[in-house]
Design a binder for this molecule. Structure first.
Ligand SMILES: Cc1ncc(C[n+]2csc(CCOP(=O)(O)OP(=O)(O)O)c2C)c(N)n1
Ligand code: SF4
Length: 287
């Protein structure tokens, strides 16, 4: 994580490229929240890298004044792992993309980045549809969700991103809504400060293709996590992540354990003779 210089101007993070998203797309709210969070954290724009896959949401790096990689569909985690290993703590790494990129074609990579506790903030703009390719069902589409390519409705049971991240070992798991920009900004700040793999699943409606999961429907379905929620309690996080009514927003789980970079550093310290003891200490901390 880079040095913080709180309260930069939002303008520092806005690139010269204007977003090409459709009017009313939820991704605008996510972009504004990232500008706001970066300004609050005061991370210099040259210390940020945004890495994406392919999709409407994956155009994100063009609109952020920072380093960026617009990669391959579903391959954000291998790219991010390489960037993180090469850059060490010197850059703040944002990985961004859609629910298709993250949980369909990229699903296998996601699991292993989470268990490895890769040091990143991963923002998934979850619109429950493949936006860029014109509206096919995605892993988070509701059962029976009908599209032009599947007019009778999908028979695939929707995947729960929070449960997936929790069982894979993500050390920070949150859910937010682009229609609630203040809370979203706050959560991006918290996730950015978290050492390790921080995933935020963001309800980010696609008004062009998804007429089921809309700003209006989310407003009716969501509620903040109860005040007694303890983000250190894994089972409570699992339990509340399964709730459909309401669908909770907030930080479900947060737990610190050695991150990918810290693990690499530990493996390099000490002499050959120290290695068995250092490894055994590291394994104890990872358990
Ligand atoms: C290897 C590969 N397979 C398929 C595609 C076609 N493709 C491009 S984007 C996309 C899905 C986009 O959906 P999502 O990741 O949810 O992002 P959104 O557009 O909704 O933001 C697909 C299937 C591709 N570009 N590359
Ligand atoms: S198609 Fe949907 S996800 Fe893509 S830019 Fe338009 S509203 Fe946003």
């Amino acid at each position: 994580m880079s040095a913080e210089n709180p309260k930069s101007s939002i303008e520092e993070y806005r690139s010269q490229e204007r977003p090409t998203w459709c009017p009313g797309c939820g991704d605008f709210g996510v972009l504004s929240a990232v500008y706001g969070a970066m300004a609050e954290l005061g991370i210099p724009s040259e210390k940020i890298v945004a890495i994406s896959g392919i999709g409407c949401s994956s155009r994100f790096p063009f609109f952020l004044s920072s380093y960026g990689i617009h990669g391959l569909h579903g391959r954000t985690m291998p790219i991010t792992t390489g960037v993180r290993a090469a850059a060490g703590h010197g850059l703040h790494v944002f990985t961004v993309g859609g629910d298709g990129d993250a949980f369909a074609i990229g699903g296998g990579h996601l699991l292993h980045a989470a268990r490895r506790n890769l040091d990143i903030t991963y923002l998934v703009m979850d619109n429950s549809v493949y936006g860029l390719t014109k509206g096919q069902a995605s892993p988070t589409s509701a059962l029976g969700y009908a599209t032009k390519t599947n007019p009778t409705g999908t028979t695939d049971v929707p995947l729960n991103p929070l449960l997936l991240a929790l069982v894979a070992g993500a050390s920070f798991v949150g859910r937010a809504f682009s229609g609630r920009p203040k809370e979203l900004t706050r959560m991006i700040v918290e996730a950015s400060r978290h050492p390790g793999f921080a995933l935020i699943d963001i309800f980010s409606p696609c008004p062009t293709f998804n007429k089921v999961n809309t700003f209006k429907s989310y407003r009716e379905e969501v509620a903040d996590l109860p005040e007694d929620h303890d983000p250190a309690d894994f089972l409570q996080a699992m339990n509340r992540a399964t709730s459909e009514s309401p669908r909770y927003l907030g930080i479900f789980y947060r737990h610190e354990r050695p991150t990918f970079l810290q693990q690499l550093e530990r493996l390099k310290t000490g002499t050959e003779a120290d290695r068995p003891r250092l490894l055994s200490e590291l394994f104890d901390e990872l358990r």
